[in-house]
Design a protein around this ligand. Structure first.
Ligand SMILES: [Zn+2]
Ligand SMILES: [Zn+2]
Length: 189
């Protein structure tokens, strides 16, 4: 098994559909996501073949990996695992007349899996990075019920209860309770 296989469109043109697989090592710094504490090597396998359009190639594959994310509330790293299947259509990058940033228009939802290439070779690592990127949630939580850090002393409330518990929330609930009771009385009368 190759260390970091590269999908070569020229080989597909010459020999037909190709299969590639490998274990791709990526560093968390390859992705600009602070949420990612670390990630183990990504298992990835793909099948690549020509698409219907000139210069189009279709890549279908699956990937799986494990890693650790930083919780958005308590900042502790916690383990996560992901396996996903993906489908990408590579098309030649349209040649612009000038060098201004030409917007590539996405006309319908079917085009969402389209990526434009300028080189006829795609490292498996690029696809692996993309899958890890997609798997990281916007707001990772170690637990839905994570209590987070105390804003006053920074204690992790999942592990310790500090002494700076503020009574504010209790008062609010008390006020709300009073309003509810009054509403109930009005309804009764
Ligand atoms: Zn947490
Ligand atoms: Zn505290």
């Amino acid at each position: 098994m190759q260390q970091n296989p590269i999908i070569d469109f020229d080989v597909i043109d010459k020999d037909g559909p190709q299969e590639y697989s490998g274990t791709v090592t990526i560093a968390s710094k390859d992705l600009d996501r602070d949420e990612l504490a670390n990630v183990a090597p990504v298992e990835i396998s793909v099948r690549a073949e020509k698409g219907n359009l000139p210069g189009e190639y279709i890549v279908e594959g699956k990937s799986s990996f494990t890693g650790e994310l930083h919780c958005a509330r308590c900042v502790d790293p916690y383990p996560f695992a992901n396996s996903s299947e993906f489908h990408v259509r590579f098309r030649p990058r349209p040649q612009g007349s000038g060098d201004e940033n030409e917007e590539v228009e996405i006309t319908n939802e079917e085009e969402l899996d389209v990526e434009y290439y300028s080189e006829r070779a795609v490292p498996l690592k690029d696809l692996a990075l993309e899958q890890v990127q997609l798997a990281i949630p916007m707001k990772p939580l170690c637990d839905e019920k994570c209590l987070g850090l105390c804003p006053a002393c920074g204690a992790n409330r999942n592990r310790e209860s500090c002494k700076c518990e503020s009574p504010v929330s209790d008062e609010r609930w008390g006020a709300l309770k009073g309003i509810r009771e009054e509403l109930a009385k009005k309804r009764e009368s």
